[in-house]
Design a protein around this ligand. Structure first.
Ligand SMILES: Nc1nc2c(ncn2[C@@H]2O[C@H](COP(=O)(O)OP(=O)(O)OP(=O)(O)O)[C@@H](O)[C@H]2O)c(=O)[nH]1
Ligand SMILES: [Mg+2]
Length: 267
């Protein structure tokens, strides 16, 4: 069990994202490309019990709400629509930071079934950051209308994650979605998604720094994912870590890794 499993520490982090730690129920995030039906799902699940405001320090709107399923209450967070999690915009940074630091108990990536290839990019990025991922294949009515056939079982097998087809506008498939969320939160199912393997040179560089990161992070964040960000020279993740973690962790990362990241020769 890493430090993030320490509930008071995690609750403090979640509070910084306006998540009510008093409620202490499971937190579910809705991620996805713009216009894929996230808010439609959010509204359907939460009804009128929703709160809106801005994300801390950003003008990006935050919506969070609650729903009950099989007797348990869930907090649902509607993340801004993004094509990636590489923090190139405020929206991407909000989505990335929420998944990274508020550590939702499950993240649903809502994808447009008529545009699967483009949407899968974000699915693979989220899978690098968290194991607790569900792919929601929305707009299935549009896909059927366009005669697009999707091999759902094949997709589940290739991605090693639950895939739920939905027509959110008509409420179709949303009960299945809630069932899978519950299965993940109650650990009835354990998801271990397929992770992208990079070039041998990059994989060698990752293996060089990942163990140290693993040691420093103590389960707070996915070490392989952070290794990739450091290797590509992403400063925004260090800034966010400064905002959400203690100074010691940042100092350790800077001290232990500056040499190693450079020595890996990837930069
Ligand atoms: N045909 C069809 N339309 C849908 C479905 N789900 C949502 N929509 C429509 O798609 C449009 C976009 O839905 P939103 O829920 O606003 O999408 P979003 O992902 O929240 O969009 P952003 O917040 O801009 O990223 C709306 O007009 C919805 O009514 C669906 O399953 N089928
Ligand atoms: Mg929306």
């Amino acid at each position: 069990m890493g430090l993030t499993s320490n509930s008071s520490g995690l609750n403090l982090l979640r509070e910084s994202f306006n998540i009510d730690s008093e409620k202490a129920n499971a937190v579910i995030a809705l991620a996805g490309n713009p216009n894929t039906g996230k808010s439609t799902i959010f509204n359907n699940l939460t009804g009128l019990k929703q709160h809106t405001g801005n994300w801390p320090g950003k003008t990006v709107t935050q919506a969070r709400g609650y729903y009950t399923h099989q007797g348990d209450e869930y907090t649902l967070v509607d993340l801004p629509g993004t094509y990636s999690l590489l923090a190139n915009s405020s929206e991407e940074q909000v989505a990335r930071d929420f998944i990274c630091f508020a550590k939702p108990d499950a993240t649903i990536v809502v994808v447009d079934a008529t545009n699967l290839e483009r949407n899968l990019n974000l699915v693979l990025q989220v899978a690098e950051l968290t194991d607790n991922i569900i792919l929601c294949l929305n707009l299935m009515d549009e896909a059927n209308r366009k005669k697009i056939k999707i091999d759902i079982e094949g997709l589940e097998k290739d991605l090693q994650m639950p895939v739920i087809p939905t027509v959110a506008r008509d409420g179709i498939g949303l009960d299945d979605l809630k069932d899978v969320i519950t299965d993940i939160v109650t650990e009835k199912i354990k998801v271990e998604p397929t992770i992208i393997q990079y070039s041998p040179k990059l994989e060698a560089a990752i293996s060089q720094i990942e163990p140290d990161l693993e040691y420093i992070l103590q389960g707070r964040m996915n070490a392989r994912w952070l290794a990739l960000r450091l290797l590509e020279g992403d400063k925004t993740i260090l800034e966010s870590m400064e905002a959400y973690y203690s100074e010691e962790i940042i100092k350790d990362i800077n001290a232990k890794l500056e040499g190693e990241v450079k020595a890996s020769g990837v930069l």
